[in-house]
Design a protein around this ligand. Structure first.
Ligand code: G6P
Length: 612
C-alpha cells in the first residue's frame, strides 16, 4: 500500500527519491508524486507508474537537497493526477505525503471550509495539510509543533512527511497505525514506510512508534517527540536487510525468484530450531510464553490473505499433533464481531509484513481481553512483531512479489515446528512419530528443490490453460488449505476466476460448473483420504472436466485418470502442504506471464495492506 520516501542531506534529492519510489513499487500503487524544496516548493505528480512521473518531471526544475516522494494506492478518491500525493496547503507553502486514512476528514473538512479553505482533491490527506496550515496560521507555531497540534485533532491512521518552503531545512514525519522508519546517514536523513529505499545508504535506523513526531533538520540530531509533546530518546537499531535481497538476481520476476528461493527460505526458517538426533525442537522467541501455549484451552489464529491459509494449515497441524483446539479467523471479521476471548486463550497472528491493519487490530483486541499474543512475522521489527508478547520470525527474507510464495511456506514451516514442540511437551505425539517427523522435516528443503524441477512441465501445462475463464482447485485434509492458496495465487496474478474447495464439498455446488472447458486441479497425494480424492477425480472425469493432478511420485492410479500429472516427493501427510504448494505457485506464475499480466505488481493489489 502507499509508499513514502523522503530525503534531506547534502545530495540532490530527486534521484534518491525516484530510486526509493522504485523500491516501494512492490507495495502496490496507482499514482506517484514528489515535492522538492529549493527556491520555492515544486510538486510533480501523476496517475500511473514511477516511470510516468519521471517522464512528467523531465525538463522541469527538480533541484533541491530536501524532498518527499510518494506512491499512492487509492482509498479516498479515484486514482488520478489531482488525488495523487503530495498535497499542498491553500497557501502552497506546505506539502504532505500520507499513508493511512483520516477517518474524521469529513468533519474536519467542513470546519476548514467554514474558515475559508478551498480544496482541490477528494482526498483525506489534503484536509490534513490544510489543518496544519490552519494551526500554523492561527497559533504562529513552528512546523513540528503545528503538525503535532493538528494530529491531536485527527482520528485514524497515518504515516506522514511534511515540507515547508518557509523552513526549507527540515522534514517532519509522524506515524500512527502505519509504519515509518528513519534512516540516519552521514549528514543526511531518510524517512520511509519501510527500509527498502534506505538500505543502500545506511544501516542505522529508528522505527517510529505510534503517535511519535520526528524532526529531521539539516546539521542537527534526530529529534522525536510524542503527541503529548514529551521529548524522547531515539532508539537507533542496525538494519538487517541486504541490497541483493531487493534485486531480481537474473530472474524475470521477483515472484519466480522467490519461488525458487524456497529451499533456502524453508531451511533458514528451520535453522537452529531442531535436532533430529537429540529430538529437540525449540523456538527461542516464544520460550517465555511456551507454558501458556502448552496449557492453552484454545488457540485462535488471526490473519489475512495467504497468511490466513497458512493459519488453516496451522489448525490442522496443532489439532492433529498437539491436540489443542484451534480456531482460524479472518482478522477483519474477528475484530468487529465481538468474539469471546479470555485470559486462557492464546492468539497467534500470522503476517508476512507484520503491518496488516486488520491483523494488528485483531491482536490489539485480543490483548485488551487479556489473551496471550504470539506473532509469526517475516519482517523484523514490524508493528505486529512489536505488539505481541512473543513470537517466532519466519526467515524468508524480503518478499517483493505481491503474491506471497516463500513467506507462505516459511509460515507453514514455523507452524510445523510449533505444533511439534507443543505436541512433544504435551505428550500427545508418540516418540516414534515425533522422530520420524523431524527426520522428514530435515529432508524438506531438498525435496522442495526436487519439486522445483517440475517447472518446465508446469510451464508446458500452463500453455494449454492460459485462456480459460475459470479454474477449480480441490484438496482434502491438509491439502484443503493448499487448494485455497493455489486458487488465490491464480486469481491474484492472472485475473482468472478460481475457487478452492474441499474436494468432497464439490458435490454441493461446484460440480454444476464442470464441463469439458473446466480445468480442475486436484491435490491427490498418497497419504490421507487418497481413495476418496480418487473418487472425486472420477466424478470430475465423468463430467468431462480436465484434471491436473498433484500426486506423490510413483503414483499410478491418479496418474491414469488425470489429463496432466505433476509428481512431488513422498513425505509425511502433515508436510505435504509445503511441497504441493510449489507447483501451484508455478502454475499461476506461468499462466500469468503467458497472459501478459504484471506478475509482481498485479492490478489493484497491495503487498502490505495498512488500511482496513
Ligand atoms: C495482501 C497481500 C497478500 C497477503 C495479505 C496479508 O493482500 O497481497 O499477499 O497474504 O495481504 O498480508 P500479511 O503481510 O499480513 O501476511
Amino acid at each position: 500500500m502507499c509508499g513514502i520516501v523522503a530525503y534531506i542531506g547534502n545530495k540532490e534529492a530527486y534521484p534518491i527519491l525516484i530510486k526509493g519510489l522504485r523500491r516501494l513499487e512492490y507495495r502496490g500503487y496507482d499514482s506517484a508524486g514528489i515535492s522538492l524544496v529549493n527556491a520555492g516548493l515544486n510538486v510533480y505528480k501523476c496517475k500511473g507508474k514511477v516511470s510516468d512521473l519521471e517522464a512528467f518531471a523531465s525538463g522541469k526544475d527538480v533541484s533541491g537537497v530536501v524532498g518527499i516522494g510518494h506512491t499512492r494506492w487509492a482509498t479516498h478518491g479515484e486514482p488520478n493526477d489531482v488525488n495523487a500525493h503530495p498535497h499542498q496547503s491553500g497557501n502552497e507553502h506546505l506539502a504532505i505525503i500520507h499513508n493511512g486514512i483520516i477517518e474524521n476528514y469529513d468533519s474536519l473538512k467542513t470546519e476548514l471550509k467554514k474558515r475559508g479553505h478551498v480544496f482541490k482533491s477528494d482526498t483525506d490527506t489534503e484536509v490534513l495539510v490544510h489543518l496544519i496550515e490552519d494551526v500554523q496560521a492561527n497559533e504562529d507555531l513552528p512546523l513540528a509543533e503545528a503538525v503535532r497540534v493538528a494530529l491531536t485533532q485527527v482520528v485514524g491512521a497515518y504515516a506522514i512527511a511534511v515540507l515547508d518552503r518557509n523552513d526549507p531545512n527540515v522534514i517532519i514525519g509522524a506515524k500512527k497505525g502505519s509504519p515509518m522508519v528513519v534512516g540516519i546517514g552521514k549528514g543526511e536523513f531518510f524517512l520511509a514506510s519501510d527500509a527498502t529505499p534506505i538500505v543502500e545508504y545506511t544501516k542505522e535506523v529508528v522505527y517510529l512508534e505510534d503517535e511519535q513526531i520526528v524532526e529531521l533538520r539539516l546539521g542537527q540530531e534526530v529529534r522525536i517527540k510524542n503527541i503529548e509533546n514529551e521529548t524522547l530518546t531515539p532508539y537507533i537499531q542496525e538494519l538487517e536487510l541486504h541490497l541483493e535481497a531487493l534485486e531480481k538476481g537474473g530472474y524475470d520476476h521477483f515472484m519466480l525468484k522467490e519461488i525458487f528461493e524456497q529451499p533456502k527460505s524453508i531451511a533458514d526458517s528451520m535453522r537452529g530450531r531442531f535436532h533430529v538426533e537429540s529430538g529437540d525442537v525449540s523456538l527461542g522467541g516464544i520460550i517465555d510464553y511456551e507454558q501458556k501455549l502448552v496449557s492453552a484451552k484454545r488457540i485462535i489464529i488471526v490473519a489475512c490473505g495467504t497468511s490466513w491459509h497458512a493459519g488453516l494449515v496451522g489448525e490442522y497441524l496443532i489439532e492433529d499433533l498437539a491436540r489443542i483446539p484451534v480456531e482460524v479467523e479472518y482478522a477483519s471479521e474477528f475484530r468487529y464481531r465481538n468474539p469471546i476471548i479470555n485470559e486462557e486463550d492464546v492468539v497467534i497472528a500470522i503476517s508476512q509484513s507484520g503491518e496488516t491493519a486488520d491483523t494488528l487490530a485483531a491482536l490489539e483486541l485480543a490483548k485488551s481481553k487479556g489473551a496471550t499474543t504470539i506473532g509469526i512475522c517475516n519482517v523484523v521489527g514490524s508493528s505486529i512483531s512489536r505488539v505481541t508478547d512473543a513470537g517466532s520470525y519466519t526467515h524468508a527474507g524480503p518478499e517483493i512479489g505481491v503474491a506471497s510464495t516463500k513467506a507462505f511456506t516459511a509460515q507453514v514451516t514455523v507452524l510445523i515446528l510449533m505444533a511439534l514442540r507443543l505436541a512433544h511437551k504435551r505428550g500427545s505425539i508418540p516418540e516414534s512419530r515425533f522422530h520420524q517427523m523431524l527426520a522428514s522435516l530435515e529432508k524438506l528443503p531438498k525435496q522442495v528443490e526436487e519439486t522445483l524441477k517440475t517447472a518446465s512441465l508446469v510451464e508446458h501445462i500452463s500453455k494449454q490453460y492460459k485462456d480459460v475463464r475459470n479454474f477449480l482447485y480441490l484438496g482434502r485434509g491438509y491439502n484443503f488449505p493448499v487448494a485455497l492458496e493455489g486458487a488465490l495465487k491464480l486469481k491474484e496474478i492472472s485475473y482468472i476466476h478460481a475457487e478452492g474447495y474441499p474436494a468432497a464439498e464439490m458435490k454441493h455446488g461446484p460440480i454444476a460448473l464442470i464441463d469439458e472447458e473446466m480445468p480442475v486441479v486436484v491435490i491427490a497425494t498418497s497419504k490421507g483420504n487418497y481413495e476418496k480424492v480418487i473418487s472425486n477425480i472420477q466424478e470430475v472425469k465423468a463430467r468431462k472436466g480436465k484434471i491436473i493432478a498433484i500426486v506423490t511420485e510413483g503414483d499410478v492410479t491418479a496418474a491414469e485418470l488425470a489429463d496432466h500429472v505433476i509428481e512431488i516427493p513422498d513425505t509425511e501427510e502433515a508436510l505435504v502442504p509445503i511441497l504441493a504448494s510449489v507447483p501451484l505457485q508455478l502454475l499461476s506464475y506461468y499462466i500469468a506471464v503467458m497472459r501478459g499480466c504484471n506478475v509482481d505488481q498485479p492490478r489493484n493489489l497491495a503487498k502490505s495492506v495498512t488500511v482496513e
